[in-house]
Design a protein around this ligand. Sequence first.
Ligand code: KIV
Length: 274
Amino acid sequence: MSTQLSATETSKVTTRTLQEMKRSGIPIAMLTAYDYTSARILDASGIDVILVGDSASNVMAGHETTLPITLDQMIYHAQCVVRGVKRALVVVDLPFGSYQGNSKEALSSAIRVMKESGAHAVKMEGGSAIVGGVKRLIEAGIPVMGHLGLTPQSIYRFGSYQVRAREDEEAELLKEDAILLQEAGSFGIVLEKIPAELATEVSLSLLIPTIGIGAGNSCDGQVLVTHDALGLTTDFNPRFVRRYARLDEMIKTMVQQYIADVRSRDFPSKNESY
Ligand code: KIV
């Protein structure tokens, strides 16, 4: 087996790369990051897309929902991430309240993100209600990723984090929204927490890639919140999260060892002193 990296593994990921990956049947791997150090590690590991998610509101700031995070705060996180990335495509969530008003507001928020952070694309939640804004951004040269299904910025309308589009009516609307987003020029769509069968149907009906989170195995790619995958968050346990590590346990053990070393004056040693 060749140990050489293929061109797609070494060159910069663009929205076009993602279209090609869909065409070639290569699943797209996407994770979230909110800071320079994590972004650098994810990028060096070969991740295709880094999402500066508004999940920063939960995992970085400790809010219950994604609603409180501001455009300025998202831009700050995006700036930190962009400084750590050489290869991955960096997509930034437009936060709640920064684009729903009208397409002019959406455009000025997205321009701020692109200009002030150097990110490569934005993500927006919703379908027909925001499609005018999506079109306007794309006309201005800003790549847009859609997000359908369980859209956390609408949590108070949904009333719970349960699976969306189980009923025919909502499933039909979601399929129509996916087509509308594709026609508006979106380069991809996140499908969150919907039945796997519906996600398969949507993925097959589109030319642009779908990225699933709790949407089964036939999406064109997958995304997880990195803090969940690393086991840093422990109070959030939906079935779609696979924990690749228990960093919470590792960190606790390490911190307890450090405290013991300080208390016993084992740390610092002579070699660790000047
Ligand atoms: O904000 C976020 O992390 C997201 C993912 C859950 C897709 O939107």
